[in-house]
Design a protein around this ligand. Sequence first.
Ligand code: GLN
Ligand code: ZN
Length: 768
Amino acid sequence: MIKAHSLGFPRIGTKRELKWALERYWKNEISQSELAKEGQQIRASSWLQQIQSQLDFITVGDFSWYDHVLDTSALLGVIPKQFDHIAGTEVTLDNYFRMARGRAPTGKDIRACEMTKWFDTNYHYIVPEFDENQQFQISCNKIFNEITEAKQLNHPIKVILLGPVSYLWLGKTKNSDFNKLTLLESLIKTYQHVFLKLADLGITFVQIDEPILTLDLPLAWQNAFQDVYQQFKHCPVKLLLTTYFGGLENNTELACQLPTAGLHIDAVRAPQQLTTILKHLPENKILSIGIVDGRNIWRTNIREAILDLKHLYAKLGDSLWISSSCSLLHSPVDLNHETQLDDEIKRWLAFSVQKQHEIVLIAKGLCNGEESISKELAESDAVVESRKKSTRIHNKAVKSRCENITDAMLNRKHPYAIRQKIQKSQFNLPYFPTTTIGSFPQTADIRKSRQEYKAGKIDESNYHQIIKTHIAYAIQKQIELEIDILVHGEAERNDMVEYFGELLEGFVFTQNGWVQSYGSRCVKPPIIFGDISRPKPMTIEWATYAQSLSAKPVKGMLTGPITILCWSFVRDDQSRFETAKQIALALRDEVTDLVKAGIKVIQIDEPAIREGLPLRTSDWKNYLDQAIYCFRVASCCVDDEIQIHTHMCYSEFNDIINAVSQLDADVITIETSRSDMELLNAFEKFNYPNDIGPGVYDIHSPRIPTTEEIVSLMEKAAQYIPIQQLWVNPDCGLKTRDWPETEFALKNMVEAAQLLRTKYTLNKNSSC
Ligand code: GLN
Ligand code: ZN
């Protein structure tokens, strides 16, 4: 029989039970054993679900209290010195949490380990830190204990481990810059101990995740795979080498030839790789095909999947396994908890629970023939038909507009050098103009009013009135602070994508479609199901009201096309680019309306532009060209005197700075302070042509930046960028801060700008 398995189940619980339990534990409201019980319940219910779905394995190793990379660090004893871990002892749960977030119910507060994005997902992992003399030693029994727990269910178990090569790749060297690969030998030994323990517990199959096999790997790292897996050849468990998030491409031969019992490939992202894989796959090796999309929410076309796999089954027989493309960690948990989605669209969707059923169905259909699943096949066919025929997906007018985008629509009337002069004189801006990124504190009051409005307890006009009082407050504060370009504060927005999604056609929202972002933080991406259009203006009321309160320019605030795309579940029946173009056109109309309403500065945020970058560098150009195209569609509909801003944050921008400049935004505000203006290195070689505001303080911290430190950061910036191009602003929006902090910080920021103006004007005068 073909085996049906999933690469991992979400760990957050159907109603985010993990989040609630963790946050209560961190606040000292429940004990560690109560927390442990919650975890046990989440695992028990996932396993039960997997057994009911008739998957061939239940998975162990996918549950985590915070992050599976951090779990691997705990398992291997990779605990940075400052956490005072005694080598050879069990890592305590509180120490684990301190590594993740700097704070736990016991132990002193400490700087947490770094966190970064997991490949091209919105999931974040805790970055392992390696010492030059790093020792590896089993230091956490969590996974072994969970196996014992799972064994009580008497169902075959598959254990999931992050593989050693990917683990090493994802970590960073601490204190000195040494070659991480020198640590391999000791790492291999520790993994071998882990395998022994797993075998002792009766485990046969281990899914060993090596997702970096879908990246461009340097030769030394390709060789590392050989070294490692040759040494695992005789290990007492069967290894399923697991790859996802893309195709193996130039690592195909390597991955196929490594002496593991099986190989898993992502056939959703890279279906074309099958042919070459079959060429290189040794006989009798298990080939697990990830055919059910773990990264999106659409139901699988079961008939098509079976058809695609038939020839494979004929060739491979029982060596063929069926699975999800990647871990279901990236999908919401259970569609059955959606009670408010409209029936037509709900029928098109599958969350993790449903996806596991699909995996089993495909396996059954292949083994026992389509007749054995005729009822389910008929339903799947009906869903395919329903999506095809639905009148809600396609909008001719939108499609024809997309086809008729002309080159003229992609360019401003004049180059920036000319626009800059017009804008500077119009706004009469000083050197080092000050601004903020958009949001001001989302106070408990604001959130309460929004909840009451959504629950129907207050009506629309009442709600709008309340929002306007918050806008007025924000404007007043900025006037007092003497900021140059103002913002309305985004009080009306719960989330920068959700807000626009709710006002655009083509989106739906779930109640419980949560996906883990990091630790207890989850996001609920909107679902784009159809062509996108803008039935009516989305921000004009707020922007014009705010502008009416001040003679200084107030920015109109929009979320950019790529960010809306990246933070949503997208259609699988058209390209991402097509969808982004539709969003861009809707935004273009909003920009036009804002200008008509008298708004002179418009900011289009694109914080997600970097994270959408493909994993393979060969795909970068195409992606960036499309991102630039969409931004320009959205923004290039205004006269020279209208100032377009954009904003980006919390990513490395050095390698895409050239593309960023091609957006041709008049001003970019960009996060830099956390990395001590590391971004500026990019400007050594590259003359950024337009205005730029490198963020001067980290908005994630309650700490108030001093005037001196802001001045010194800006002076650093001034060494790389002509002062005529520099703006002064925080790293990002201020919605997570409170008002007193915000005022103190901005007061220092404005004071710093004033000092800089005096200093640089004096210098300028003296050099004249
Ligand atoms: N304008 C948004 C805000 O200020 C930008 C948020 C972001 O970059 N993530 O909140
Ligand atoms: Zn930001």
